[in-house]
Design a protein around this ligand. Structure first.
Ligand SMILES: Cc1ncc(COP(=O)(O)O)c(C=O)c1O
Length: 369
């Protein structure tokens, strides 16, 4: 067991609320002292005691290329020497928006933000302004960031529950097209198309929160994988190449309501930051080789099937279904494999997870490691 992490955690608790900057890092669901990471390389992270782990948390989603990918680091270094914040336009922002729009054609115009939470706030503000309605329909246990919204909550994969709640007060239906915050739950056949239809009939917007799924379940995200288009899409995680980011975009007529084109105000000192943009562009350039996604899919399938546990999986995101997740988590930490500290969170495989990593993980999970 780690020795330095408990000491570092004690010190952190003196100055940081709960000793962390984001609640799940306190390992609430599994108890015990959280890990302090020293560094990461490829598929692995090293803790403050020098112990290495095969990492399936992947920074909660962004690290699809693994940690410290040389091409991303080199792109970051290149811009760093020229300064990091100007509060004015840089050409790279346009390039990143163009790449995103080419990948997800429903995104005709885009706005970059600094987090997924901000992206959702922007999309919902726009939806309310366009429709002049106040309510938002979401799904129980789906996560769209921490902002407070007037949410109505339907059941995931249950169109009847949506029909029950929908009304002319509903500005938008927002959904994770693959649920990634209740374990991984794929959309039932016809669910997303059904939402599209209900939204259209009711004059509400359909917002896909692709903060996790964008560039993860396919290069064009869930919209490519499942063939349903959203009016507005929120993004984050992967498009920042491991640096803080968010984005929202969609139909031109809706996005043009946003200032300075329109009157809905949304802004950000660091939005479109050059370091984030460089890391994001370097990441998308590698992902654009679509072979990446079939390889990720194969590797992830080999991994989850090899463990012989019950699992849920879409592409390279997966979760386990088991009774004693806490016991499993700590056993795996002991054996040098880092899964998410909550069975409600998704685990992620990166392009740097090797066949050896997969075999080693399977051996550890089966108790042979
Ligand atoms: C689907 C979804 N939407 C929004 C967010 C919020 O993003 P951020 O943590 O960057 O604010 C998350 C974060 O995990 C998420 O999973």
């Amino acid at each position: 067991m780690p020795k330095r992490s408990p000491k570092l955690y004690k010190e952190a608790q003196k100055y940081l609320v709960g000793g962390v900057n984001s609640p799940l890092r306190a390992f609430g669901p599994v108890g015990g002292d959280p890990l302090f990471v020293a560094k990461g390389q490829g598929s692995r992270i090293q803790d403050a005691d020098g112990k290495w782990y095969i990492d399936y948390v992947g920074g909660y989603g962004p690290m699809i290329l693994g940690h410290a990918h040389p091409k991303v680091i080199s792109a970051i270094k290149k811009v760093l020497a020229g300064g990091t914040a100007f509060g004015t336009n840089m050409a790279g922002e346009t390039e990143l928006a163009k790449e995103i729009s080419l990948a997800i054609p429903s995104i005709e115009l885009l706005r970059l933000t600094n987090s997924g939470t901000e992206a959702v706030m922007g999309a919902l503000k726009l939806a309310k302004a366009l429709t002049k309605r106040t309510k938002v329909l979401k799904f129980k246990e789906c996560y769209h960031g921490w902002s407070e919204q007037p949410y109505l909550e339907a059941d995931y994969n249950d169109l009847a529950s949506v029909r029950q709640l929908i009304s002319k007060d509903v500005a938008a239906i927002i959904v994770e097209p693959v649920a990634g915050n209740i374990g991984v739950i794929p959309p039932a056949h016809g669910f997303l198309a059904g939402l599209r239809k209900i939204a259209d009939e009711n004059g509400s917007l359909l917002i896909f929160d692709e903060v996790i799924t964008g560039f993860r379940v396919a290069y064009g995200g869930a919209q490519e994988r499942f063939g349903v288009k959203a009016d507005l899409t929120t993004l984050g995680k992967i498009i920042g190449g491991g640096l803080p980011v968010g984005a929202f975009g969609g139909r031109k007529d809706i996005m043009q309501l946003l200032a300075p084109a329109g009157s809905v105000y949304q802004a950000g000192t660091f939005s479109g930051n050059p370091v984030t943009v460089a890391a994001g562009l370097a990441t998308l350039k590698i992902l654009k080789n679509r072979k990446v996604y079939s390889e990720l899919e194969e590797k992830t399938l080999a991994l989850v099937e090899g463990t012989e546990f019950n699992f849920k999986r879409v592409g390279s995101m997966f979760s386990f279904v088991m009774n004693d997740y806490r016991g499993f988590f700590w056993k795996m930490i002991g054996r040098g494999v880092y899964f998410t500290p909550s069975d409600k969170e998704a685990n992620f495989v990166s392009i740097t997870h090797s066949a050896r990593d997969v075999e080693e993980t399977i051996r550890s999970v089966r108790g042979m490691g």
